[in-house]
Design a protein around this ligand. Structure first.
Ligand code: CO8
Length: 374
């Protein structure tokens, strides 16, 4: 069978960071002014008082300490509590395309490739800036790539689903090399007034190049040994924003048109599902969990990753066996496991095995088993 490799990766990190303390300060100002404004109704039991958030809780419950964002001032302004990104004119690059291109340049450089070597672009992410034209076709245009492009959304698992799609298409001969990009402006759909989730997400873009081993000239590429995807319907992570909202105007602006989740249920249900998916996949490939040198797991919650690591390895994983980046980036949806892979894979040696694993809304989960090349 034709050998397929990931020959380059790139990460675009937005210029602004927000610490937990800054985010909590803004949230708590909002809570205090809300409670003051509704003091009488709260005293009469007609309105429930809002509770303050805490930086200690956020760090303890999730492992998140900070996040990068495309716009800081709007998010931290207690009167706004949302990013402010003015609408771009049609002849300007869209935000997602611009971020994707920045990550793509880095991945192309690492892969020793130019746009002329790429035949397709897949934009795989959770929140697309518009329904059409596809962001991928715009990325193609901005980079000068011939061929074709399309967008796809499998929430936090978009990147691994995109990698499998790209690997299959390259193997089948539909493209020589494919650029898979995961631009995520998660803050656009995060409810910064919701205490349970206001701290969860950040913004970023990642890119990878998938090609045949025989065309790869980059040192230290990663052979894609095998991929496995799984989905199981759940309403526990949901967003009802969509094109039919205008057909039901009474719901426009309601909380369910932003990210909503039952965090506890997600934690409880997804951890065993993902651990089993990894164990079954390794077993089907005749691989022992102990043969994995590294796991680049989805970056939603440190406790979740610790659980999955323990279940897969049957012991306490060492921190570098499954590096986390969520303390710095928070949850960046589809991009999280790719940031971890991009930042923590160069030190491994030829022949080492690793696994990228994503999981999230859907539910959806995806594995990519990799072997380091010379
Ligand atoms: N500050 C202080 N206290 C708080 C806060 C806060 N901010 N929030 C909640 N509390 C309190 C609660 O009131 C509760 O108090 P009590 O015990 O008195 O009732 C206590 O803390 C515990 O609350 P929870 O049970 O809610 O807290 P958890 O320990 O479960 O932690 C987490 C919450 C961190 C959300 C955790 O459940 C978690 O991480 N779960 C997994 C979530 C997950 O993996 N989600 C994946 C979503 S990502 C995805 O699929 C992509 C979707 C598309 C992206 C869209 C971009 C916007």
């Amino acid at each position: 069978m034709t050998k397929i490799v990931i020959s380059g990766t790139g990460v675009f990190t937005p210029p602004h960071a927000i610490s937990n303390a800054e985010l909590v300060d803004s949230f708590n100002s909002y809570v205090r002014s809300h409670n003051e404004a509704h003091a009488e109704a709260i005293a009469a039991g007609e309105v429930e008082a809002l509770q303050e958030s805490s930086a200690e809780f956020i760090c303890k419950a999730s492992g998140i300490e900070a996040r990068y964002v495309m716009n800081k001032s709007g998010i931290l302004d207690p009167e706004i509590m949302a990013p402010r990104l003015p609408q771009r004119a049609n002849d300007e690059p869209s935000y997602l395309a611009e971020m994707a291109v920045a990550a793509a340049h880095k991945a192309l450089a690492r892969a020793n490739k130019t746009p002329a070597d790429i035949d397709a672009v897949i934009v795989a992410c959770s929140n697309l800036e518009r329904p059409y034209p596809a962001i991928a076709v715009e990325v193609q245009e901005l980079l000068g790539i011939e061929g074709f492009g399309f967008d796809m959304n499998v929430a936090c698992s978009s990147a691994t689903f995109g990698i499998q799609a790209a690997a299959d298409m390259v193997r089948a001969g539909h493209a020589r090399a494919i650029l898979v990009v995961d631009p995520e402006i998660c803050t656009g759909h995060l409810n910064f007034r919701d205490r349970d989730s206001h701290f969860i997400f950040g913004d970023v873009a990642t890119a990878i190049i998938v090609e045949r081993a025989e065309t790869c000239t980059a040192k230290g590429a990663w052979e894609i040994i095998s991929t496995r995807l799984s989905t199981k319907f759940s309403n526990n992570i949901r967003n009802n924003f969509g094109f039919l909202n205008r057909a039901a105007p009474e719901g426009i602006g309601a909380k369910d048109k932003l990210f909503v989740q039952e965090g506890r249920k997600v934690f409880r249900e997804v951890v065993p599902m993902v651990a089993q998916l990894i164990l079954d996949h390794l077993s089907a490939e005749g691989l022992e969990p102990a043969s994995l040198k590294r796991m680049w797991l989805h970056q939603a919650n440190k406790g979740m990753n610790d659980f999955i690591g323990r279940k897969v390895l049957g012991r306490e994983p060492a921190p570098m066996e499954q590096p986390n980046i969520l303390q710095e980036y928070a949850n960046t949806s589809s991009a999280g496991s790719i940031i971890a892979f991009s930042k923590f894979s160069e030190d491994l040696s030829e022949g080492d095995l690793g696994l990228i694993c994503s999981f999230g809304a859907g539910y959806s989960a995806g594995n990519v088993i990799l072997r380091k090349q010379a």
